[in-house]
Design a protein around this ligand. Structure first.
Ligand code: ATP
Ligand code: MG
Length: 252
């Protein structure tokens, strides 16, 4: 059964003197699907994603998560919803505190939500992202970019969320390393029934990973549809430009 997990309705964000960086954006994300979000730099992708999680406060509009209002609820209700949604950022270096061991990094979400972290859970989390339990006692600088992004993914999945925003999760990685991380994300999605919002500049990657894709330009959503349709026969000239701008890519 298809059902909507996330819904954005008429989202608006302004910075400065009434400049709309997000302008009346509406879409849904169905349970278990991957929605791609593409558009040139500065088109408002990250701002939209952050509003879904209420990390950025919209000037107008609504966000529903599993039928509940994300923007209107109490702090307690927001906390309960936040547990079910997570975000993985582009830069695997900036996202990890260099002074914390991996053990502490992975345990942090449990502390934030005041939950007990079962002893075996940390090693299990690392195993899920293809890292050995010996990584627990090491520091972020001891890992490669791809390994760091795996640690970020493990951290994001710590509390077993249903919805994960992937904000250009492989853009900072070499192509082959990024492809392995993308395949890991697919595998984790399959195993846990995750719902993804996948932000990317790479149309081939979006085509590989996403069910539907939304195209943003200057704060507005200009095209939204099934990946085959949007990538195969784009309706907007802007979408055609985006496709032309990213060369074909082989996923290993
Ligand atoms: N905190 C902020 N204060 C002021 N302006 C901001 C802020 N955050 C974002 N912006 C502006 O909003 C616009 C949209 O930014 P956003 O980061 O959402 O774009 P993006 O599509 O994610 O771009 P990229 O592909 O480069 O990540 C940009 O013009 C940006 O400069
Ligand atoms: Mg961005």
């Amino acid at each position: 059964m298809v059902s909507t997990l996330v819904e954005a309705r008429g989202l608006v964000k302004e910075y400065g003197a009434g400049v709309r960086v997000v302008d009346d954006v509406s879409f849904t994300i169905e349970r278990g699907e991957t929605l791609g979000l593409v558009g040139e730099s500065g088109s408002g992708k990250s701002t939209v994603a952050r509003m879904l999680l209420r990390l950025v406060e919209p000037a107008a509009g609504e966000v529903m998560f599993d039928g509940r209002d994300v923007l209107g609820g109490s702090a307690g209700k927001l906390r309960a919803m936040r547990r079910r949604m997570q975000i993985v950022f582009q830069d695997p270096y900036a996202a990890l505190n260099p002074r914390m061991r991996v053990r502490e990094i992975l345990a942090e979400p449990f502390a934030i939500h005041r939950e007990r972290c079962p002893r075996e859970r940390l090693a299990e989390m690392l195993g899920e992202v293809g890292l050995d339990a010996s990584a627990l006692e090491r520091y972020p600088h001891e890992f490669s970019g791809g390994q760091r992004q795996r640690i970020n993914i493990a951290r994001a999945l710590a509390l077993r969320p249903e919805f994960v925003v992937l904000d250009e999760p492989v853009s900072a990685l070499d192509v082959s390393v990024g492809a392995q991380v993308v395949n890991l994300l697919r595998e984790l999605q399959r195993r846990h029934g995750l719902t993804y919002l996948f932000i990317s500049h790479s149309m081939p990657l979006v085509r590989y990973l996403c069910d539907r894709v939304a195209v943003m330009r200057r704060g507005c959503l200009v095209e939204l549809g099934a990946c085959e349709d949007v990538c195969g026969s784009p309706q907007e000239a802007y979408t055609r430009e985006l496709i032309a701008a990213t060369p074909e890519m082989r996923i290993v």
